[in-house]
Ligand binder design. Structure first.
Ligand SMILES: C[S@@+](CC[C@H](N)C(=O)[O-])C[C@H]1O[C@@H](n2cnc3c(N)ncnc32)[C@H](O)[C@@H]1O
Length: 326
């Protein structure tokens, strides 16, 4: 191919979220009581693709609701953001949501997606760079809870940077973790920047339970893929047929909990160590906290952010919050 006609590619910075920490986290999680595995490890390439499928499910209202809100919000952002703003997305996943901002806001000259899922991030970033040749795309493969620095940006205006954290990924964190994450992200983005965050709202538990127990079993496959990944990458011998997806809303905690329920007394070996798992015992794989508008605003404030505006849909299913970093 003539290099002058080749599609633009994203720059790729790999901070190498490491395999060693994956092994350590899995061993520590299976030794703990109750057993648990960190949700961030769901996202290998297959996990990211399964999550993309979840987002298209009828039962999974958050994605389409948040997309509807972003379309509504875009003209307002267009009116307030300076030309040449840098957009920084934490846990970027698929391009579906960022496309709405790039097209509808039109003030960005640079986009920095940050995600732990290396190959999926690379593919999505290259696709976006090809579709928006006027925007410089620098993808960073990293664990966003760790230290990281953003690429230099041409604009000197402090407000010419917008953080973006959609999908209610913040709901995967406990309250204190969310506050720590937001404070750290605020430091990365810098004083004056905006921070646009999607947060799922409290609602009828039946609707929440349906969203995490879809009829096609995609969420179950997503949950079980974690064991598949541990088998493949860490040489473990989980028998996937001996576990069942289990997700339910805990009203007192205000969160969906996802577990893998053991259907038999079994023993699993990983890296020369063995772990007994009793029939009926659960491995806790994910929390997805739900909020009221005020609860989420208070979390932002506890992290030192100033709430500017919050939007929710007519049925109050999902919310998007704009904070300012002081
Ligand atoms: C719930 S999905 C949301 C994806 C997308 N932002 C959306 O709104 O549909 C969470 C995303 O965050 C990424 N992720 C999860 N934990 C992470 C971590 N600790 N560091 C970096 N990325 C992470 C996952 O790979 C995944 O793409």
């Amino acid at each position: 191919m003539d290099p002058s006609t080749a599609a633009p590619k994203a720059r790729f910075i790999d901070l190498e979220p490491s395999e060693e920490s994956f092994l350590e986290a899995v061993v520590a999680g299976l030794r703990s009581d109750p057993k648990r595995l960190p949700a961030k490890f769901f996202y290998d390439e297959e996990g990211s693709k399964l999550f993309e499928k979840i987002c298209q499910l009828q039962e999974y209202y958050p994605t389409r609701t948040e997309i509807g809100l972003l379309k509504e919000i875009a003209p307002q952002l267009r009116a307030t953001l300076p030309e040449g703003t840098q957009l920084v997305e934490f846990g970027s996943g698929s391009n579906d949501k960022v496309r709405i901002l790039l097209e509808g806001v039109g003030r960005f000259d640079s986009y920095v997606p940050i995600d732990i899922s290396r190959e999926y991030l690379r593919a999505q970033a290259n696709e976006l760079a090809a579709d928006f040749p006027e925007i410089s795309v620098t993808a960073i493969c990293a664990d966003y809870t760790m230290d990281l620095h953003l690429p230099r940006h041409a604009s000197n205006l402090p407000e010419a940077r917008l953080g973006f954290f959609p999908g209610s990924t913040i709901g995967n964190m406990k309250r204190h973790e969310a506050i720590t994450f937001l404070s750290r992200a605020a430091e990365i983005l810098g004083a004056g920047a905006g921070f646009l965050i999607g947060a799922d709202l409290k609602k009828d538990p039946a609707m929440l339970n349906a969203a995490y127990n879809d009829a096609d079993g995609v969420t179950a496959a997503f949950n079980l893929n974690l064991l598949k990944r541990i088998n493949r990458e860490l040489g473990a011998d989980f028998d996937l047929a001996a576990f069942q997806h289990d997700a339910f809303y805990d009203e007192a905690e205000g969160r969906i909990e996802m577990h893998l329920l053991s259907l038999a007394d079994q023993s699993v070996s990983i890296d020369g160590q063995s772990f007994g798992i009793a029939k009926g015992e659960c491995i806790h794989t994910e929390d997805s906290h739900k909020f009221t508008l005020d609860e989420f605003s208070a979390i932002g404030q506890a992290a030192g952010l100033t709430p500017e505006e919050a939007w929710s849909d007519d049925s109050d299913l999902f919310s998007v919050h704009l904070f300012r970093i002081r």
